[in-house]
Design a protein around this ligand. Sequence first.
Ligand SMILES: *Cc1c(COP(=O)(O)O)cnc(C)c1O
Length: 425
Amino acid sequence: MENRELDPRFMYAQRLDAKDDLAAFRNAFLFAEPDLIYMDGNSLGRLPRRVIHRVQKAVELGWGRDLIRGWNTDWYEAPIRVGEKIAQLVGASPQQVTVSDSTSVNLFKLVMAALAMRQERNVIVTDDLNFPSDLYVLQGCIRMLGEHHCLHLVRSADGITIDQQTLLESIDERTALVTLSHVTFKSGFLHDAASVTERAHQAGALVLWDLSHSVGVVPVELDHWGADLAVGCTYKYLNGGPGAPAFLYVRHDLQDKAPSPIWGWFGHRTPFAFDLDYDPPTAITRFLVGTPPILSLLAMEAALEPLLKAGITRVHEKAKRLTSYLVDLTDVVLSPLGFELGSPRDPAKRGAHVSLRHENAYQINRALIEEMSVLPDFREPDNIRLGLSPLYTSYTDIWIAIDHIRQVVVEKRFERYSNKRLPVS
Ligand SMILES: *Cc1c(COP(=O)(O)O)cnc(C)c1O
């Protein structure tokens, strides 16, 4: 918009930024394209500047000069060292978190461990807002174990929320495991983790939380909830970079009972003794498998610093303010144009991304990317998903994004784009 600077709503957004106590953290990130409005921090977080130097050092001095000696410098302990930093973000006391593999693989390992610890039970409870990869992993585990388990999929009535009562009532004495995304990937619905964990434990079931869309924006209190197991992703709000390894949590008192289904040498008590027989330690490291991706791990470690410095309480406060601002603008500017909110209205019931539904969502999303320098993502069937990352998303970014969405619809720019889906949206 040409006279943006004079628009009172734009000026209001700028005032909100001026009052924002986290605004300075934006400088900790690289803005290679200053005009790009990045609304995908929940899919791939921006690059923290300090990572550039850290990776250069790891490559030139670690790999280039130290070579194999690097293992005794800072590589071998990295999964545990970085796990302890992530532990601070998920409310875990030491020695319960490590970094390994991808979220999907970690989920597989912990689901298999949980089912091995509840052999007399045969139901897995989850919901239909869970991330598809999580559901596929569960289906695969059931197949692998000979189809003795069944998946109880709690259905969402509105595609946005899960009715808490229905969920709690679906957990009973046949339930081996309850596993859910703490914040759901599409609508951003936030489960009441403490209540679900409590109910599962009353029924004698184990609970496994997928924290991929909540870690780094929503307070997570694994120890306080009494959670048994958890996994999560580090390339979203933790800004760890594409393909950064994921983390996993196993509560202290389960570490001697929970068996890893993949017996690799990094999960052995003494990997470098080269024993011929598997012997796992009573420690979180029993869930490691093979050689970790050191460069990605060190990059991710450096990426955590701004978040640890800001603190999750302040980040969450800003997340609620940002999403509420986005919802308010949507009500005023976009709802007359056929948009509906695809996320919970109550900020206490959502994470930091918001979905906007529209019958032409796919085409609008294409026009935003191709013509407007706005990068959201599209999620089937009709969601434009806007991920707000409190360390670097500004109120002005949100205002511009909403104004550009308005323009794409009012000027019918979306009509130039096909509804045919590209491979990655
Ligand atoms: C992003 C995400 C994943 C990612 O899994 P990968 O194995 O890293 O591809 C898994 N689960 C949830 C809930 C996610 O949001």
